[in-house]
Design a protein around this ligand. Sequence first.
Ligand code: F6P
Length: 373
Amino acid sequence: MTKYIGILTAGGDSPGLNAALRGVGKAATSYFGMQVIGFKDGFRGMMENRIIRLDGSALSGILTIGGTVLGTSRDKPHRMPVGGKLLDMTDVIVDNYERHHLDVLVCMGGGGTHKNAYRLMQKGLNVITLPKTIDNDVAKTDVTFGFDTALGIATGAIDRLHSTAHSHHRIIVVEIMGHNAGWLALGAGLSGGADVILIPEIPYDIENVAEAIRLRSRAGKNFSIVAIAEGALSQADAKTIRAMEEKVDKAKDKAAKKKAKAKVKELKSLHKGNTLRVANQLEELTGLESRVTILGHLQRGGAPSAADRLLATRLGTACADFINEGVYGVMVAARGEGVEPVPIEDVVGKRKVVPLDHPWVKSARLIGANLGD
Ligand code: F6P
């Protein structure tokens, strides 16, 4: 019997999404003889029943294109902005799954998408997910697609910043994405030869960073590159936020939990602009002029790297293979050279952060990069 597949891409876009859509779509239609439709703009488009047919012509010529031809959004099925209100639209999404007689819904996304996919699974839908995000923070997969491309972009930016920092004898503080994980900043910092690398997993002491820069100056190196993750925290801020998060965990009733959660949110929003603060502090503490570069969404744009195209194609085609075998409720994880189906419930609510004993951390220390601690 012909199988019917629905696909959506959700959360922040990521290079390699089109390669993954092509991988699932081509294998499913040409090899296994299945029918594939795509929902536009993530869970919102599925709720609004906005579809396109993913057949030969729609899948052709998209391998090398960045972004997602389906469009994406951060809307969640159970808290969807509709008519100025946040409504639970899960049942409408389930109805649309049934309307198209789908056998399975493929969701490509990061941590948030996995939570939403799991909720739909609990409503009885067959779901398969693919791990994508430039942050590389999805649990239970070796790597996510999008990461390698973003790593290349951030590394290239650090390379370019070196010559200008060197010429002007400045500190350049470069902010790198990654949400609350340090994979991108650490990877790009190491491969771009940053002098200081600050990541969320290792809260920093600004005086310690300043001293490392002063030492470089005394050794005749009057410039420094500081690669800072957008989620990097000072030791003091990390302590305050951790204490408040413990309050959330220990809260006895709903109201106390809500209050503590709101406080954590407020503390985290105060953290916005931290990179500028770090640059100002370093200028004051070292006497060296400093500048800030925020790489932002540049890191998500443009064509996927060859490694991301390969990874997305490997995961996408394996996904079609699993569907053919009737394997549902799993994330198609990258494992070594191959793939592994991991139950979605094992992925949900977990974030893969940089372990303190990770080889990249060790290498950074061994080459003398300052990690702020
Ligand atoms: O998850 C990918 C990511 O690019 C993060 O690195 C970043 O924190 C976030 O998305 C930015 O989100 P938005 O594109 O919604 O501003």
